[in-house]
Design a protein around this ligand. Structure first.
Ligand SMILES: Cc1cc2nc3c(=O)[nH]c(=O)nc-3n(C[C@H](O)[C@H](O)[C@H](O)COP(=O)(O)O)c2cc1C
Length: 221
């Protein structure tokens, strides 16, 4: 697959078929992920692939509780995260909530949960290149997925269930949910264009030339 196609179309897929991901495909995804850059090449990362139905069922319960806690914070306005203007952003948030609801209801059917752990992940900087590589490699295999961090609300229960040696400093960064998507791949188009989020030479100078629409995927490339 052309690298630009992978970059443009690796959207988050929350609706997926229950069909298992063959172990050779899983291997190619992980083997690509561990090529990612990381500080000092210390590789203080650990990938835990969960496909056992009984474990997935227990994790589903934890995920549902975690999500309820997150939405309780969103509703109370106490989530310590900077959000966009909630009114302007309402439609997007509504869409994410709807597909998140589907994802949560069908959690047990997700074929593969890939937990990503790190020691001292530098606020994620040390581990997100590998996470993104895993998703791009999955995309090349026709496998879709979603990055989730909501299980952090139930992190103590998750690490206990999965037998993580937290005394060595391992912490859960994210859980990737992977599977063959029900939806179609398309350009992740709902993004503010480059010139709205960039500048040239100084912060207050415009970025030119403007790029009003995606540079890939709109002209049959
Ligand atoms: C650090 C991070 C955490 C995320 N956590 C979640 C999550 O817990 N649950 C979820 O459904 N999506 C999660 N996402 C996915 C975002 O909601 C998604 O990337 C965004 O809505 C854009 O969607 P698109 O890539 O399909 O256009 C997360 C993404 C990132 C980068």
């Amino acid at each position: 697959m052309d690298v630009r196609e992978a970059l443009y179309t690796t959207r988050m897929m929350r609706r997926m078929r229950p069909d298992p991901i063959p172990v050779d495909v899983q291997g190619r995804i992980l083997d690509a992920a561990i090529r990612a850059p990381n500080g000092g090449n210390a590789q203080r990362w650990h990938f835990l692939a969960v496909d056992d139905p009984a474990l997935k069922a227990e994790l589903a319960t934890l995920y549902r509780t975690a999500r309820e806690r997150e939405y309780a914070e969103i509703d109370a306005g106490t989530l310590g995260r900077t959000r966009h203007d909630p009114v302007a952003h309402a439609e997007t948030l509504g869409r994410i909530k709807k597909s998140g609801d589907y994802f949560t209801e069908h959690f047990e059917e997700i074929p593969l949960l890939l937990f990503v752990f790190a020691i001292d992940d530098h606020g994620g900087a040390n581990i997100y290149p590998a996470i993104w590589s895993a998703l791009l490699a999955a995309r090349a295999e026709g496998v879709g997925g979603t990055i989730t961090t909501v299980l952090r609300y139930q992190a103590d229960e998750v690490v206990k269930l999965l037998g993580v040696p937290t005394d060595e400093g391992w912490q859960m960064t994210a859980m990737l949910a992977l599977g063959y998507p029900l939806g179609r791949w398309g350009v992740a188009a709902n993004r503010r264009p480059v010139h709205e989020v960039s500048s040239r030479n100084r912060w207050d100078r415009p970025y030119t030339p403007e790029i009003p629409s995606p540079l890939w995927g709109t002209s049959g490339d």
